[in-house]
Design a binder for this molecule. Sequence first.
Ligand SMILES: [Zn+2]
Length: 261
Amino acid sequence: MKFKFILLVIFLILSVEAFAWGTTGHRVVAEIAENHLSCKAKRQIKKIIGDQKLAYWANYPDFLKSNPDWKMADPWHYINFPEGLNRVDFDKELESSSNENLYKRTLIIIEELKNHKNNSIEKNQENLYFLLHLIGDAHQPLHIGREEDLGGNKIQLEWFRDATNLHSLWDSKLIDFQQYSYTEYAEVLDFHDKKFNKTLTDGNLNNWLYDSYQKAEHIYANAKSDDKLSFKYNYDNVATLEEQLLKGGLRLAKVLNQVFG
Ligand SMILES: [Zn+2]
């Protein structure tokens, strides 16, 4: 009995660790997005969630994972691919994938939100919370990772002598290492001019997922099981981490402005 209970606790801890940009990452993305909303999008969003900040809701879909009624939403947070795909094969895999993944579900939510005037407030809230969250997940490269290692969850390694795994390192440990609050991080990342920001928001969800996939390939190539990572890994990867957070925020704003524009 006791043993079963311990197993259950371990399972719960592992499942919380799996598949989630950490809370700070999601809030940074939402905060940057909030700073780039059009007046019209702001007004529409206010009608759905009131005065609360986007960052407040950005992690809600991860909290829902503990609700058995939302079990079906677990695979919405990621999409797996085999390694070494070129762009054409990547797009083929995207199109033939099931409806219950990050790509297809985000497209469904965008379509439903465009039609928000005909939907209930509860449905619009739910869709908006998921959109904020999933565009964030789309920019954590290991959410576009490989099935065999569960997006890096099975690659056990050390981060400053603490046991962790590659997925969790990119979800939160690398972000937490920078020691910014989410508002500070959003502020220091989002300092560029309009022209520069525009270059980061070119393309659509397909382009952005392929971009993340290529980053994931690089991450896989540069870390393996039992690695002992610390300052050097941070030095080599912090630019990629920050680029992904900024891109996530600006692209989320682009999607929200299109949906509510
Ligand atoms: Zn998630």
